[in-house]
Design a protein around this ligand. Structure first.
Ligand code: UDP
Length: 251
């Protein structure tokens, strides 16, 4: 018998577009970013986004172990996304699973185009993403924090990668799906962009949308990502200080 049983809310979004947490479709949950919080890491950042609490730590460029993984002409980029057993409503079994392996891969692929890997031949850049509390959208929150941690580590980058999920609930395209919407909504579409190049480095979707809804979602995602990118730049200029937005309209 599980200790915690989740229930689908009767109404996920009202006819006039009010969501289960009171937000309007285009509103984002409150976000706080803090850069440089771990003195033992080369770079670090902490993001709180809705109920998510996620730490990112970067080590490197440093010597590669095991040696056979060395890439002679560029840096190896390794990413580990991990959820603490206490981070979910129901206790998560510790250690890697299929989901964390997939998320580590998509996060690495979202970040890698930003890194000048050719500047660090034969070395490794290790990126750790530790989810302490999860509340939907952990992969995009992880990308934002990891990008800040890379910059905080002084890694040469083309620019910052910022990320946000958008989705569909009934007829509404929504920004930053919450836990209910992630579980019972109609589509979830995490996105990341290398802002300087206006290049999409992550785009996944797990539900149907019409072409018109998809275009709307893409536009909303891009605008939301731009908003987070501005926060990231501010957070980098103010290490050890919280940069916070609770004004939630972004478009
Ligand atoms: N989740 C959970 N247990 C798990 C995996 C996920 O409770 O083992 C929850 C967690 O809150 C997570 C949400 O489900 O944020 C959505 O997970 P998903 O795989 O869609 O990735 P995310 O939205 O976090 O990027």
């Amino acid at each position: 018998m599980p200790l915690y049983v989740e229930k689908k809310p009767e109404v996920l979004i009202t006819e006039d577009g009010v969501r289960t947490d009171g937000r309007k479709p285009y509103e984002m949950r409150p976000v706080r970013m803090t850069v440089g919080i771990l003195d033992k890491a080369d770079g670090s950042a902490f993001i709180e986004w809705g109920g998510n609490k996620i730490l990112a730590a970067v080590f490197g460029p440093r010597e590669v172990h095991p040696k056979h993984l060395v890439l002679p002409d560029k840096a190896l980029v390794r990413t580990r996304y991990n959820m603490a057993p206490f981070s979910t409503p129901e206790r998560k079994r510790p250690g890697p699973d299929r989901r964390s392996v997939e998320l580590s891969k998509v996060i690495r692929e979202a970040l890698k185009p930003a890194i000048f890997v050719e500047n660090y031949p034969g070395s490794v850049i290790d990126i750790f993403i530790e989810v302490l509390r999860s509340d939907a959208g952990t992969r995009v929150a992880g990308v934002n924090a990891a990008s800040l941690a890379l910059a905080n580590a002084g890694i040469a980058m083309r620019g910052l990668v910022a990320a946000c999920a958008v989705g569909r609930v009934g007829d509404f395209v929504v920004c930053d799906p919450n836990h209910d919407e992630d579980m019972w909504g109609d589509a979830d579409m995490p996105m990341a962009m290398l802002m300087e190049a206006e290049e999409i480095t992550l785009l996944q979707t797990d539900g149907p949308m019409t072409e018109e809804q998809f275009r709307e979602a893409l536009k909303l995602g891009r605008n939301s990502i731009r908003f987070l990118y501005e926060m990231q730049k501010e957070a980098l200029k103010r290490p050890y200080q919280v940069v916070e937005r609770s004004v939630r309209g972004v478009v």
